[in-house]
Design a protein around this ligand. Structure first.
Ligand SMILES: [Zn+2]
Length: 419
């Protein structure tokens, strides 16, 4: 069988594994609470809070979708016309067109161009966050954050580009197989190292101070049977007034992180409720599942790019001879951008189901739906959430159930458990 035949077989195999993993590991059977309960929850929220959340999101929308549209247009223009391949050539020219310069500098130039062109939209977003009092950062801090994120992307992207095009040169016929394995390995590696190597670039993390809350959280984790080495506090207040918590890392790098803003704004019982939700993620191994499906998806993407990329009309549009040359990188980015947009609603749906399971875990672990609901109110109020966002936006991009869905879930739990 030819490499192409093997690639097709691998593609089908990976797709089947991904679908089975998705069917088995994602909690699909968890419908949102009845709409009537959601509407009752919405009516119980202060009218001005709801209006302010909606006004805030209406103000963000033009910039958000503008950036999305411009990013897509730039990716398509660079990938489906010879412009992108010329940009890669140009980046390699000072180095005599050497392939490493084309691969790394050319690749980074393609990625950076879209970022630079959408920069005005990012700045616009920052003015909205400032106007609504959510950002605590001046333009200096904002610019430093931006430069840091460019630097992190350049290091990770540069290493990935160098690795990928080295494999392409060493194995011209089978690069897609090594590339798929490498992409999957990179996803797993990043899950391990991001919390210890990248997150500290943006925030300081300190162990939560000893006291009644820390004792309560540690005993909650022990009661839950979830080994958590430490609860860390992030200095999010240097950037935002928003409150949040999350769990990241795998094995030795796993940690539960709460924003310092959460400790300042919420009652200890509400913080406990938030951490109980994060423990749900740890208990159900959501980071593992996310990493595994991400790795499978990355491998699938590499094989698919190899197969689609040998389609002559596409190569002609991009003005390249083969998808494997660095000059074809803009074409790969264009394809990845389009697939990413199409996959967004699926990813959002999966994320919402996983988040709803973590909510159910928090309710069962604390047995305190009243505090859970109070915490949702506070989260929505402080973070200027739209408690019941427009349906199309929710389906397109919401990573979490809406505030009214989460409040209604707490009410349903209270009814069923008689609390
Ligand atoms: Zn969560």
């Amino acid at each position: 069988m030819s490499p192409r035949g093997w690639a097709l077989l691998t593609l089908v195999g990976l797709a089947v594994v991904l679908l089975v993993a998705g069917a088995v590991l994602i909690p699909w059977h968890r419908p949102p609470a009845p709409r009537a309960d959601q509407l009752a929850a919405l009516r119980s929220l202060p009218v001005d809070q709801v209006a302010r959340g909606r006004a805030f999101h209406a103000a963000l929308r033009p910039g958000g979708y503008g950036a999305l549209a411009l990013g897509l247009a730039v990716a398509l223009l660079l990938g489906l016309t010879p412009l992108g391949s010329r940009l890669v050539e140009l980046a390699g020219r000072p180095f005599g067109g050497h392939w490493t310069a084309r691969a790394v500098l050319g690749g980074l130039a393609v990625m950076l161009l879209a970022d630079l062109l959408t920069l005005p939209f990012a700045a616009w977003r920052q003015t909205v966050l400032t106007r609504y009092g959510l950002s605590t950062q001046g333009w200096g801090g904002w610019a430093v954050d931006l430069l840091k994120s460019y630097a992190v992307s350049a290091v990770i992207g540069g290493l990935a580009l160098l690795g990928f095009y080295t494999v392409v040169r060493l194995a011209p016929r089978w690069w897609w197989a090594f590339g798929a394995a490498g992409a999957a390995g990179l996803v797993v590696l990043l899950s391990f190292v991001l919390p210890v190597l990248v997150e500290p670039v943006f925030n300081r993390f300190t162990p939560m101070e000893p006291g009644p809350l820390r004792t309560e959280l540690t005993s909650l984790a022990a009661r839950d049977g979830v080994p958590v080495r430490d609860v860390l506090v992030a200095d999010a207040s240097r950037r935002t007034r928003a409150v949040n918590a999350y769990v990241s890392g795998l094995g030795p790098t796993r940690r539960v992180v709460v924003y310092d803003t959460l400790l300042r704004e919420a009652t200890p019982a509400e913080v406990t409720s938030v951490v109980a939700h994060e423990l749900g993620h740890a208990k159900d191994r959501d980071v593992w599942v996310g990493t595994l499906t991400g790795a499978l998806g990355a491998a699938l993407a590499v094989v698919a790019l190899y197969l689609i990329g040998s389609w002559a009309p596409l190569l002609r549009l991009a003005g390249v001879d083969s998808v494997a040359e660095p000059r074809a990188f803009p074409l790969l980015i264009a394809l990845v951008t389009v697939v990413g947009l199409l996959a967004a609603p699926v990813q959002a749906l999966v994320s919402r189901r996983v988040e709803a399971r973590a909510d159910a875990h928090a309710l069962a672990l604390t047995g305190d739906p009243a505090t859970f609901e109070a915490m949702q109110r506070r989260l929505a109020g402080v973070n200027l959430a739209d408690p019941d966002p427009p349906r199309w936006e929710y389906l397109w991009s919401a990573s979490h159930p809406s505030t009214v869905e989460r409040m209604a879930a707490a009410r349903a739990y209270a009814r069923e458990s008689g609390r």
